[in-house]
Design a protein around this ligand. Structure first.
Ligand SMILES: [Zn+2]
Length: 51
């Protein structure tokens, strides 16, 4: 398990993030960091976002 601290510091999740923002962030997060998996309810949407 690796944390990309620089990415996390530069990409803090807003408290009131919309679903779109969360999907985008998880997609970006998966590219840059592997500290935790995408939550299952979002995984399908993130994969769709990835194309
Ligand atoms: Zn992370």
């Amino acid at each position: 398990m690796r944390i990309n601290e620089a990415w996390h510091k530069a990409n803090v999740m807003p408290k009131n993030a919309t679903l779109d923002q969360r999907i985008l962030r998880h997609a970006e997060h998966a590219k840059h960091c592997a500290c935790r998996p995408v939550p299952p309810p979002l995984l399908e949407l993130v994969e769709k976002h990835e194309g």
